[in-house]
Design a protein around this ligand. Structure first.
Ligand code: PMP
Ligand code: GLN
Length: 384
């Protein structure tokens, strides 16, 4: 028997490829996005406590009520809108699941889904596995802002949804209120849903704040807001996230979630519910990451790479086209093997793999590790 692949163009994700290469080469791994430091011991103790106290069986399908309630309070506090914990909030096994379940709930055979690229790599398979057709709209060259005229042109009678991401991976671009309002105007009176990937909601810089699409009243009615506790609390390996959507959308979302994973890791839900009772823990995250962004930007300025300081997420882009025309994948490999610093080539985030000679660094690392990586990057010219 030969199995005809349902995802013929998809290989192993670049995050796995580069992290593996970094490990083999003993390189500093600034490629895959994950924190290089531990979580708050208070949170870790809470997980230990709930596992020992026996909270180890299946959680309710939608998530434990306490966590949904605390998350609704956090949303009210940080985004100023009310989400009903009972009917509009679902706890899932990571934002990846939230995005997949939201897309599955709404996309039918032949439906078009607008994707702004460069785009995170889980979006396309979620769309195509559901019979949908991704319609790609490039973000603006340079700052990666959204060109709303281009989005307008991409909308057709077949458009079922638009998938958006702010703060943006890989560029760090953060949407302003006018972006939310433009999107709302573009899809007004149309049957177009929005899947909003907001995993970096607590990581913004220079006084910018994240505006959830749920905070815009018109968008609130048609959006699945997808978030990740893993990103927010430095525990990406826990794979726990959430989806907030209006009741009718949540009902469909839960039908998918129910058979994708059914429910999500129980003791961690209890621990997070308790931990969210301390808002200062998440309100202090922007300051924590601002220091890392500043340190990394200051060091990068001492290298030959060109960049605009990231506005959000824990990623920094840098371009090298003025130094060399080698491909970005080749550069990432040489950097990992020779300079011993791993990064991610940006071409992988484009449907046509276009190569603008840009690489991505993750700066969610200890200062000493960032410093050492930056020192090594000073020798960039030796590998070009
Ligand atoms: N979206 C984006 C933009 C991401 O960077 C990530 C993180 N890896 C995810 C979704 C997935 O989040 P999670 O690990 O909670 O599934
Ligand atoms: N989101 C992370 C990144 O962009 C990686 C997550 C993963 O490896 N799937 O690097």
């Amino acid at each position: 028997m030969t199995l005809a692949s349902k995802l013929p163009h998809i290989g192993t994700t670049i995050f796995t490829v580069m992290s593996r290469m970094a490990a083999e080469e003993g390189a500093i791994n600034l490629s895959q996005g994950f924190p290089g430091f531990g979580a708050d011991p208070v949170l870790l103790d809470l997980v230990a406590k709930y596992t020992r106290e026996g909270f180890n069986q299946y959680a309710p399908m939608a998530g434990i009520p306490q966590l949904r309630e605390r998350l609704a309070e956090k949303t009210q506090l940080t985004q100023g809108y009310f989400a009903d914990p009972e009917t509009e909030v679902t706890i899932v096994s990571g934002a990846t699941e939230a995005i997949f379940a939201a897309v599955t709930a709404i996309v039918r055979q032949g439906d078009e889904v607008i994707v702004l690229e460069p785009a995170y790599d889980s979006y396309e398979p979620a769309i195509t596995l559901n019979g949908g057709v991704p319609v790609y709209v490039p973000l603006s060259a340079g700052d990666f802002s959204v060109d709303w005229e281009k989005v307008k042109v991409a909308i057709s009678p077949k458009t079922r949804a638009i998938l958006v991401n702010s703060p943006h991976n890989p560029s760090g671009f953060v949407w302003a209120q006018k972006d939310l309002d433009q999107l709302a105007a573009l899809i007004r009176d149309r049957d177009i849903y929005v899947v909003s990937d907001e995993v970096y909601e607590h990581i913004t810089f220079d006084g910018l704040t994240h505006l959830s699409l749920g905070s815009q009243p018109e968008l609130r009615e048609k959006t699945f807001v997808c978030g990740s506790f893993g990103k927010t609390f430095h525990v990406t390996g826990w794979k726990i996230g959430y989806c907030i959507a209006p009741e009718k959308l949540t009902a469909e979302f839960r039908k998918v979630h129910q058979y994708l994973t059914f429910s999500t890791v129980t003791p961690i839900q209890y621990a997070l519910a308790k931990y969210l009772e301390m808002p200062d823990r998440y309100l202090s995250i922007p300051d924590f990451y601002q220091k890392k962004r500043d340190l990394f930007a200051a060091g990068l300025a001492q290298t030959e790479l060109l960049f605009r300081p990231s506005s959000g997420s824990f990623f920094q882009l840098a371009s090298y086209g003025h130094l060399s025309q080698i491909g970005d994948r080749e550069l990432a490999e040489r950097m990992t093997r020779t300079l011993k610093v791993a990064c991610i080539p940006i071409s992988v985030f484009y449907s046509d793999k276009r190569d603008d000679k840009i690489i991505r660094f993750c700066f969610a690392k200890e200062a000493s590790e960032l410093q050492e990586g930056l020192n090594r990057l000073k020798d960039l010219s030796k590998i070009l």
